[in-house]
Design a protein around this ligand. Structure first.
Ligand code: ADP
Length: 486
């Protein structure tokens, strides 16, 4: 039976020294170093020169430490590697190799102890994996960047496949829909069981989009949350251009625009209020002017006086509106002007009561308690607060004519309260009562911009004090403010 050449040729039949020499000299990818068992370089191959810049001459008599960073040299890594090769016959490493130009090149290396008739050597094969490693780092960093961008983005994002199965969602998505994180990947969007996704118009938009490869955007999609509150969203969905496995993916962006809508609404309301607040006194003044003309002609002094008084009241009202708006704008940008000086607090309260009594003689204002102290405060601003508390007590109490103002010194400092026996405030409205432009629906018939309490709060805050209210519907309210003493 004849034997073919291939069958008889094996490693044993090759002269191993020629084999090793050819492998060493001709390899283009496997950079190799031959060193003695103490780690001194004996020879490098062409591939090593090409990858790491050193020539045979550069390494004459040099220890392989030269290929290690100073930190690794300090940690005695070269010596440890050689000891390990000698002990175990081989050693691996996955680290930097210092290029001749000083730069660091990522490599993997395998060192093997070779024993020949001429003694023992260490042969090290080094693979330059720098490009892969840089790429790997880049991918990790890009991934981390994408993850952190997704985390920081305020909008809720969700990526779904063609069956609307959730592939990925960001933190905001979990927060918006109040779902525990990482529990929904792999489930169908419609199975989220939120009215939001199961809305017919939303479903048909998503399905058309998948079929027709188009982009869609909803405007103001309302969602009533399980707790009854309503959020307004803008939803946009788009086929993603990128997909590693070419399968279709859709990115859905859900932007919560509730606050923006509320602000727009507030702006519209404000324009409405301001127009109303300006129109009334202006119309009154126009009427009074006409009537006054007649009464002057007829020489009716009393009537003329009455129209003049009415005009004065309207001018006062206009002034209040303008200065409240001005103050609210300044307070909103933290620029409310406060000029503090030492003032006798009770005198200030008496002045406030006197002014309100004069304007509303029909009401009785009782003062109880006392606070014979001086406070470091803005007199004009505190009068503004007292005036607001007292006039509200009159405005919102159509049937009662008694108001009690009380002064006391407590742990909170100097506490002033204004009690009325009027409409009271529903408990659900109390948390909002000091908000800018906030008015209770049933107060709309009464003049006002919803700025008085907001400004009172800003003024008292600027004095490091506090404002609060206690109220019971149809019984009455007590509005408080405190000022720190010293
Ligand atoms: P305005 O009186 O101009 O509306 P305020 O900021 O002073 O503005 O008051 C805000 C809202 O709080 C009022 O519109 C009213 O609904 C409610 N409010 C204020 N004071 C009282 C009060 N003493 N009793 C009942 N409701 C009040």
């Amino acid at each position: 039976m004849s034997t073919s050449k291939e069958e008889t040729t094996n490693l044993n039949s090759i002269d191993s020294s020629d084999f090793y020499r050819d492998l060493f000299m001709n390899s283009k990818q496997n950079a190799m170093i031959l060193m003695d068992t103490d780690g001194y370089v004996l020879q490098i191959n062409k591939a090593f020169e090409d990858h790491f810049g050193y020539t045979q001459n550069d390494l004459e008599g040099k220890h392989t430490r030269i290929f290690f960073t100073p930190e690794d040299q300090n940690l005695k890594k070269p010596e440890m590697e050689i000891a390990s090769v000698k002990e175990q016959g081989a050693a691996d490493d996955n680290n930097y190799l210092v290029h001749k130009d000083g730069s660091l090149v990522w490599v993997t290396g395998e060192s093997i102890l070779v024993t020949t008739d001429n003694g023992s050597f260490i042969s090290k094969v080094v693979h330059n994996i720098h490009t892969q490693k840089v790429m790997e780092r880049f991918l990790i960093e890009t991934n981390e960047l994408v993850e952190s961008v997704l985390k920081t983005i305020k909008d809720a994002l969700v990526v779904v496949d063609i069956d609307l199965r959730i592939l990925k969602a960001n933190k905001s998505f979990y927060q918006t829909f109040e779902i525990p994180e990482e529990t929904i990947e792999g489930i169908l969007l419609y199975d989220l069981n939120y009215a939001f996704w199961n809305e017919k118009s939303m479903q048909s938009k998503l399905e058309t989009m998948i079929e027709e490869n188009e982009f869609f955007q909803t405007n103001q999609f309302q969602w009533k949350k399980p707790d009854g509150s309503v959020r307004i969203f803008n939803v946009t969905a788009k086929n993603m251009d990128y997909s590693a496995d070419k399968s279709k993916r859709i990115l859905i962006v859900i932007s919560d625009i509730t606050v923006e809508r509320e602000l727009e609404q507030q702006k519209e309301d404000l324009i409405g209020f301001v127009t109303h607040e300006l129109r009334n006194p202006l119309a009154n003044m126009a009427l009074c002017a006409e009537l006054m003309q007649d009464s002057i002609k007829d020489n009716k002094i009393e009537e003329t006086d009455e129209y003049l008084n009415k005009t004065r009241t309207n001018i006062k009202r206009l002034n209040t509106v303008v200065s409240e708006l001005h103050d609210a704008t300044r307070a909103g940008s933290g620029q409310l002007q406060i000029n503090k000086q030492l003032i006798q607090f009770e005198t200030l309260v008496d002045d406030a009561i006197e002014t309100v009594r004069h304007l509303h003689p029909s009401h009785t204002i009782l003062k109880t308690g006392n606070a014979p102290v001086e406070v470091y405060a803005d007199r004009h601003r505190l009068l503004q607060v007292l005036n607001n508390y007292l006039t509200n007590a009159i405005k919102y109490c159509p049937t009662a004519d008694k108001i009690v103002i009380n002064l006391s010194i407590t742990e909170e400092g100097l506490v002033t309260s204004v009690r009325d026996y009027g409409t009271g405030i529903p408990s659900s409205k109390i948390p909002h009562i000091f908000n800018r432009y906030y008015r209770i629906e049933n107060s709309r018939a009464t003049d006002g911009l919803g700025l008085g309490l907001y400004l009172s709060k800003e003024i008292i805050n600027a004095h490091n004090g506090k404002v609060w209210v206690e109220s019971e519907e149809n019984v009455g309210s007590v509005f408080y403010f405190s000022l720190p003493l010293k």
